[in-house]
Design a protein around this ligand. Sequence first.
Ligand code: NDP
Length: 319
Amino acid sequence: KVVCVTGASGFIASWIVKLLLQRGYTVRATLRDPGNPKKVEHLLKLEGAKERLQIFKADLLEDGSFDSAIDGCDGVFHTASPVSLRVVNDPQAELLDPAVKGTLNVLQSCAKSPSVKRVVLTSSISAVVFTDRPLTPDVVVDETWFSDPDVCSKLERWYSLSKTLAEDAAWKFANKNGIDMVSILPAMVAGPLLQPEVNESVQPILSIINGAPFQNNAFGWVNVKDVAIAHIQAYEIPTATGRYLIVERVVHYSELARILRDLYPTLQIKDKCEDDKPFVPTYQVSKEKAKSLGIEFTPLEVTLKETVESFREKKIVNF
Ligand code: NDP
């Protein structure tokens, strides 16, 4: 079968491509800059790539850009979306437009192509947790939650707003146009890097092992391989439906730093928070739907070790 992966050079997408090739699929990989070796070389090296990987150039903000990559595909994995957890100058242009208009652009190409049987959308836990409900250790978040755009805006969480608006627009478009869509909602993703550059969600791990004080925040974490498997299972399992949270567990950064200290006792990892405020509380995330996709979550300890070992292999750190 032929499938398309948008934004194929990215951290999560590279793993989706790798596992799809392993499972025998022909993969059409879209990149906005296929001429950049840093974006494409790691994909061309994957097992099966010579025979079954096809590279397409496509940009989220160019209408019809995805038509030729998607036409004739059985499944589409739409992962491309800007990821920036830091301060941005122009949220509309840098995050909201590519996320929302880009998603609709990809779905429009899917609607035009009768071969497409299912679309798997990479959304995020960011499109789930920002509501007026408090997040505390006794609260269990599940797929019925949908972030409130006003709450994201008030908190100036522009990335979260971009994922919330994009997923909402996607469901409206899919329902109206009879597209069979499933969305995957991962928390912070870590694990081995296939691409050469450090992506946003592993950056906090790199900062902590480099000796920076940890952030006063609590996030869910999940292994990139589990996230990639979830995407593929959501496409392959006919009964898969709706949204799937993919989160191993939520921890405060103090706990993440503790695990890293236990794994690497000789590194100078600080037991120090970047502010003196009370710690932001953790919460729970339901794994029921994820389990129905057959996901067995990799423990955070293993994921963190794999991430750091990957930094070492790629000489991102020198110890
Ligand atoms: P990466 O930054 O590694 O990948 C993002 C991909 O999107 C890249 O291929 C990038 O292309 C592409 N992209 C960004 N802007 C555009 C654009 N204007 N036109 C075309 N392509 C574009 O991030 P991740 O792998 O982490 O993220 C992949 C998806 O997963 C995103 O949708 C993200 O929101 C979602 N996600 C990620 C989480 C995480 O913790 N990492 C958690 C939850 C969801 P280029 O390489 O050319 O910049």
